[in-house]
Design a protein around this ligand. Sequence first.
Ligand SMILES: [Cu+2]
Length: 277
Amino acid sequence: MIGVSFSTLAICLIAALVLAAHQPSSASILKLNLDLPISLFPTPGPDADSGAEASSIDRFGPSPNQWQMIAPDANSMDTEASTTTSTNESSPVTSTTTAIDSPILPTDTSSPPQPTVVSAFANIHRTKYASIHGFVSFVPSPAKQATFIKIALNGLVPNATYKVHIHRNVVSSLSNSRWDCEQADGHFDPLNIKAAGELTYQCDPLRPKETCELGDISGKFGDVVATKYGSYIRLIDTPDPHLTLVGEFGVLQRSVVVHNKDGQRVACGNIAPMAYA
Ligand SMILES: [Cu+2]
């Protein structure tokens, strides 16, 4: 009997020790439970969106420790909301929503204003027929009712005569860096002057609108005649009253072709924007 009683006493003693060992852990859990109501339900402030912020975080299941870190931010939001309310009494909630929840979005979704082309320029390139270089520029007159044309060329045959036209299409270079002016297609003739009399076409500079293709620069202003050095430069002092940069009679995205006396296309280049306003 004594042996059994001793054994029972020993078991009771061990059980008491085990219970004592678990006591701190129980206290810790109790403390955590006491803390949770404070951190999970922050003190309501004037800002309803602080609660919305808490709800969105709650969906991702944060631990109580995370809430302890979040809580100060929520408080600072409340402070910010209070500040906003004091400065903007009419719509405090809207202001706070913008400050906290709205992503950064562009305020203006319309496309930026397009620049206006104020002049155009054709770089003139060589071909397999000749090594002519230069440019032809187009600058509107101050009232933009007419266009000044400037031509500068070199590499011409000395004292030879050439014609310069605006052609309908753009051109491109070949693999040997010589340009293919056949791509330019026909003359720029939006008024169909030549269609009225293909074989009898005769440009009269005194009646350009009625008798000249719009792109017939040499017909309206005279041929290019090279110097003895094979160069040519001219600012045509009378602006062309019918050419424009853009629109129905616009020269942009077309090409300039230089013909020799046989009509061969010996140089050409595309008319591109040169300057913007
Ligand atoms: Cu031509």
